[in-house]
Design a protein around this ligand. Structure first.
Ligand SMILES: [Zn+2]
Length: 332
């Protein structure tokens, strides 16, 4: 399947809303995570939604976000053409100061299926204005837009009660009506955005109320859950049943990557690092004492890379099961 745009992605969200499952939105910044995800999703017959943040694009571009994004999407595009599932790219958490230098060219060059504008740190009216601007920019290109609601309007910094860090259903409806967003990220007590660092109770009932309020007003706007790494499988299942159709995963993969790489290198330490007191010259391959030499079968980065890919595949399959989207590909 080719790498798809927003209209194909919308069809999946409509199905997800109707049948109560969610897509995992998978962050990546380099090939090992991408390849691990692709293999797991192809095997599970699930369409793959990838996410690229500005930071990831910057990393991939050696400090230059737009070339980095083109490189990552080029990689995705080439691989997507050869797999049997639908593959999509969402731009993750783009703040209003990067609309002109990043989001706009990315949309115009066809580098994403959807884009998330994060103006949640701004006051409500400014959030509405920035989000609406991106919706108007994305619409002609068939790119879906995800917005995020921050604190309840009228609440000042420093005096907010816990209540102020949860999304208010009425405000969610007003935000959707005024911006025309396709997806809405809500704050229901995960460690993310405005509620980060606060010990909030997870409110599945609130997700359900917001979903009902939006549907009741005739909007088919799937809810999005940020900060989902760290939730239990049962919590995720309950949120999906309550109307969440997109669950972001980034931190989980970061940890799984580091765990797989670290375990592999620790197990094979003696074949990579010279014995205590000796040094090894990587150009001349001379060792300062004894006849130790490193093992290429171990230090070739592809060996570690395959371990990482396998570990990512395994955890990705578990996440797919949690959100109920295993075997649900529309495009397989
Ligand atoms: Zn967010």
């Amino acid at each position: 399947m080719p790498f798809f745009g927003g209209e194909e992605l919308r069809r999946i969200y409509l199905k997800a809303q109707k049948e109560r499952f969610a897509l995992v939105a998978n962050n990546f910044a380099e090939p090992n995570v991408l390849l691990g995800l692709l293999s797991a999703y192809e095997e599970a017959k699930s369409d793959l939604l990838l996410q690229i943040s500005l930071g990831a694009a910057k990393f991939a571009g050696g400090g230059r976000p737009l070339p980095g994004l083109r490189a990552l999407v080029g990689y995705v595009r080439a691989l997507a053409a050869d797999v049997k599932i639908g593959v999509f790219v969402n731009l993750d958490h783009i703040t209003p100061d990067h609309i002109d230098d990043f989001l706009r060219p990315a949309i115009e060059e066809g580098l994403c299926s959807s884009a998330m504008i994060d103006a949640s740190a701004l006051p409500f009216e400014d959030n509405v204005a920035a989000t609406k601007q991106v919706v108007e920019l994305a619409r002609p290109h068939g790119v879906l837009v995800e917005g995020e609601l921050g604190k309840i309007k009228g609440v000042e910094e420093g005096v907010a009660s816990d209540e102020a860090f949860y999304t208010d259903p009425d405000e969610a409806l007003e935000f959707v009506e005024r911006t025309g967003v396709d997806l809405l990220a809500v704050s229901v007590g995960t460690q993310h955005g405005v509620s980060k660092g606060r010990d909030l109770v997870l409110r599945v009932d609130l997700a359900q109320k917001i979903d009902e309020r939006l549907r009741g007003a005739g909007f088919q706007v799937p809810l999005v859950l940020h900060g989902a790494s760290g939730l239990s499988g049962d919590q995720v299942k309950a949120l999906v049943a309550a109307g969440v159709c997109k669950v972001n995963k980034d931190t989980t993969y970061q940890y799984v990557y580091a765990h797989a790489a670290c375990s592999f290198y620790l197990e094979n330490r003696a074949e990579i690092l010279p014995p205590e007191g000796a040094t090894f010259d990587p150009i001349t391959f001379e060792v300062s004492a004894g006849n130790w030499s490193p093992n290429k079968k171990v230090f070739d980065p592809r060996v570690m890379g395959r371990k990482v890919q396998a570990a990512i595949s395994e955890v990705a399959r578990e996440c797919l099961r949690q959100v109920g989207s295993e075997g649900r590909s529309l495009y397989a």
